[in-house]
Design a binder for this molecule. Structure first.
Ligand code: ADP
Ligand code: MG
Length: 264
């Protein structure tokens, strides 16, 4: 066995938070591009019918031959539905609003929470990382993501009550761990849209560190307009402006994840 084949199975991570607008998709897209630029083979799965991770990777969600939806209902494989993000340097299993219908199609299946896990298994030897950009709901789609994953990355803003807002997600993770996926764990909390000039954010950040220790990633993602502008150019911020503070922070986060998976 050479080194590559000894660790040929992808590590699968959900980027999840039940709130919308907290930086899940920005984290998914930029972590994917950051890992790719560090030489990792990455598949980004867009589990949100909004298709923002698809568009943010430079793939037009209105012109897709096949999507995650067809994969979940057994009409396509990941190998045929995934498309390369030329901007990002990784593959994307794309989605659009059609994915919302999967909830209804899956509900009568016995192993309805396992469909994504089974699909990922067929391509696990092709990637080092599979990242799943979750929707802001604790739906059957999100359950499919959590059932398929080794761990969860939780992006959060350092706001008052930020932690209380996480209790539903943490309870869902516990339930999935107990019933569907004993491998599942929280990998870490990622501080995003951070503004060090705001005292409250510094205080919440310090509280997170003292409460959760090394479950808080060292990398901190600043609020940075270049990260917000990049999707309209169909590019991850890491590629759009690699020298910006936001891009540098996501590149550092990628390096931290590569180290972190060695300890899992
Ligand atoms: P979610 O996927 O959780 O709904 P998004 O990643 O789409 O959240 O982010 C919500 C909005 O905030 C988007 O307009 C995005 O461009 C912006 N945004 C995310 N992270 C940052 C950041 N670090 N700095 C500035 N804007 C950001
Ligand atoms: Mg999103």
């Amino acid at each position: 066995l050479n080194a590559k084949s000894a660790r040929a199975t992808a590590r699968v991570f959900c980027i999840a938070n039940q709130k919308g607008g907290v930086g899940k998709t920005t984290t998914a897209v930029n972590l994917a591009a950051g890992l790719a630029s560090h030489g990792q083979r990455v598949l980004l799965i867009d589990l949100d019918p909004q298709g923002n991770a698809t568009m943010g990777s430079g793939i037009d969600k209105r012109q897709l031959a096949a999507t995650l939806y067809q994969v979940l209902i057994g009409e396509a494989t990941i190998a045929t539905a995934a498309v390369p993000s030329e901007a990002g340097g990784y593959d994307v299993l794309p989605s659009n609003r059609e994915l919302a219908g999967a909830e209804i199609d899956l509900v009568d299946l016995d192993d309805r929470e396992q469909q994504l896990k089974h699909a990922i298994a067929t391509v696990a030897d092709r990637y080092d990382f599979v990242l799943i950009d979750c929707p802001p709901t604790l739906s059957l789609l999100t359950l499919n993501g959590l059932t398929a994953a080794h761990g969860v990355i939780i992006p959060m803003q350092c706001e008052y009550f930020a932690l209380e807002g996480l209790s539903d997600l943490v309870n869902t993770i516990k339930r999935v761990h107990a019933n569907l996926n004993p491998d599942l764990r929280v990998i870490g909390l990622l501080r995003v849209m951070f503004d060090p000039r705001i005292t409250l954010q510094q205080q919440v950040s310090a509280q997170l560190e003292s409460h959760f220790g090394d479950k808080v990633f060292e990398a901190v993602i600043p609020r940075n307009v270049r990260l917000a502008e990049a999707p309209s150019y169909g590019m991850p911020g890491v590629v759009f402006d690699p020298n910006s503070k936001g891009a540098q922070a996501y590149l550092a986060f990628g390096a931290e994840m590569i180290e972190r998976v060695k300890t899992l």
